[in-house]
Design a protein. Structure first.
Length: 105
């Protein structure tokens, strides 16, 4: 799963923990680009479901523990990792070993 996650965050945010991107009526936050309509509450997105039970601003710091916890919540849902468009277009079905080559952690 390590290579999959690294590919995902590379294509979602470029490893930028403070990334915020407009997504029409909602926004995507943090290293995983967690969406404010379904997963977090930014106080601006009407009808936010906040399925991770967190404030979106907590996804914008160097501590990515809460980001990882929310991403795991997303992955446990029926759509799984396919919830991220960049996974489907840039990572799925590809050799991802380059994302973790040389990593000993």
């Amino acid at each position: 799963m390590r290579a999959q996650g690294m590919c995902l965050v590379h294509h979602e945010s470029g490893y930028n923990t403070t990334a915020v991107n407009d997504n029409g009526p909602s926004r995507d936050y943090g290293i995983f680009q967690i969406n404010s309509y379904l997963w977090c509450n930014d106080g601006q997105t009407l009808g936010s479901k906040n399925e991770c039970g967190i404030n979106c601003s907590s996804l914008l710091n160097i501590d990515i523990g809460d980001d990882i916890a929310c991403a795991k919540t997303v992955v446990r849902k029926p759509q799984g990792i396919n919830a991220w468009a960049s996974w489907r277009t840039d990572c799925k079905g590809r050799n991802l070993s380059s994302f973790v080559s040389g990593c000993t952690v």
